[in-house]
Design a protein around this ligand. Structure first.
Ligand code: PLP
Length: 424
């Protein structure tokens, strides 16, 4: 498979170059030259295939030429000792994407990416140094995914005092090849520092730097798999995706275009409603983000929108995607309602996905007969501060329990490139 930058079609690269490079040199995002197609045989048997079998079929064409089948199979087996089960509730199903080690769907992307990087860098003597800025969930998934991976070191930059203590333990409690910097500033400062480091000539010459944010195509490809597995069980469903940077929804669109039997999507956002507004008005207006309870979705300028726009026109997007945005009050109310009516506990992000469906049902675009899947992007125990006052105590799964016992080792740094450079 060859990949182009969203900003120019003059120069194509391999999967390996696209994955290890992250961002294209012109600042664009890598997109596939064409979206691969599932064979009719695979399409019709998705419902009876295992998660690992679906993963192999779906990922194979995206990495063809760079990762041989046998290696890919081992990678997938090693990355996914957990799956993405569907839980049926009264009028919809929940696709649980939180059974990985850090309790959020980002484990699916990060665990594949780590194994792919390690293979693609085999034989290189300089270790690859990954810099990643996080507002909470990405850092934990990337740290966990790369923990103990040969030839790769990870430095996570997080805003000091602005992530939960569980998130801090997931990021700064591992040690070995993972290090953590508590930046004296905001998430935006962390992201700016990472960008400045990539733009710094001296650092570039001295270190092999890469990034692990959702602009990286190797995180999106493995996310197609759970859409196909969910759609295999409930063909023709409309899938609601709680969205921030729109990497997850983009992966869903890829799965649908590959031929997975998906009828459409709901782009569910909190009040950071850039994309729902675009679908409604046709005007794309990026803005500054507003802080909400579903903080992993506090994004005013979603980075993967550039990918969506490279593949689809506004009217194509409108045919596939319904948009809806949800306030914090509605989020809290939904957590309470669903807990009392269904006995099921939603995290604040998944609650946004759930409520978006309710709103679209009330307004008309979704009908009674529509089969609905809500993607559950995080385990509620990860956001206990919000959930527990509403539902009472939430059971903590063993993987998160394990992280709670770790000791945080991180280094505070001022939000200046000089401080980061010195550390590196
Ligand atoms: C990252 C994240 C999202 C948003 O996903 P995008 O791919 O950025 O749209 C939603 N929910 C949770 C729990 C997340 O961690």
């Amino acid at each position: 498979m060859r990949y182009y930058s969203t900003r120019s079609k003059t120069h194509d690269v391999s999967f390996s170059e696209a994955a290890l490079g992250g961002l294209a040199p012109d600042g664009g995002l890598y997109v596939p030259a064409e979206i691969p197609q599932l064979s009719p045989a695979v399409k019709s048997s998705l419902g009876s295939m295992s998660y690992l079998e679906i993963a192999l079929e779906l990922i194979r064409p995206w990495v063809a030429g760079d990762i041989p089948n046998g290696v890919l199979e081992e990678m997938i087996q090693d990355a996914y000792p957990f799956g993405a089960p569907l839980t049926g509730l009264s009028d919809r199903s929940v696709l649980e994407l939180f059974h990985g080690p850090t309790g959020a769907f980002k484990d699916f992307g990060a665990r594949f990416m780590a194994r792919a990087f390690s293979y693609l860098r085999r034989g290189e003597d300089r270790p690859l140094k990954i810099l990643v800025a996080t507002s909470g969930d990405t850092g934990g998934a990337v740290a966990d995914g790369f923990f103990g991976v040969q030839g790769v070191t990870v430095t996570v930059l997080y805003p000091q005092g602005r992530i939960t203590s569980l998130q801090e333990k997931q990021i700064a409690g591992l040690g070995e090849n993972i290090s953590a910097l508590a930046v004296e500033g905001s998430f935006d400062d962390c992201q700016r520092l990472v960008k400045e480091a990539f733009g710094d000539q001296e650092l570039k010459e001295r270190l092999a730097l890469s990034s692990a944010n959702s602009i990286n195509i190797s995180r999106l490809v493995p996310q197609c798999v759970y859409y196909a597995s969910g759609a295999g069980e409930i063909p023709g469903a409309i899938i609601s995706v709680p969205s921030g940077n729109f990497g997850n929804l983009t992966a869903g669109l890829y799965a649908a275009r590959m031929g997975a039997p998906i009828a459409g999507f709901v782009a569910a956002t909190n009040v950071n409603r850039t994309v729902p507004d675009y679908l409604a008005t046709g005007n794309y207006e990026a803005r500054s983000s507003v802080a909400t309870l579903s903080n992993a979705m506090d994004v005013g300028a979603p980075s993967n929108f550039e990918r969506m726009a490279a593949h689809f026109t506004l009217s194509e997007m409108r045919q596939m995607i319904l948009g809806a945005s949800v306030t914090d009050d509605e989020t809290r109310e939904t957590i309470g309602d669903v807990f009392s009516k269904e006995g099921y506990c939603l995290d604040p992000h998944t609650a946004v996905g759930w409520r978006a469906v309710d709103k679209l049902k009330a307004a008309g675009p979704l009908g009674r007969g529509d089969r609905i899947i809500v993607a559950a992007t995080a385990h509620p125990a990860k956001f206990a501060e919000t959930v527990e006052p509403i539902t009472g105590p939430v059971t903590v799964p063993p993987s998160l329990q394990k992280a709670l016992g770790r000791t945080v080792v991180s280094r505070p740094i001022p939000a200046r490139l000089e401080a980061l450079r010195e550390y590196l």
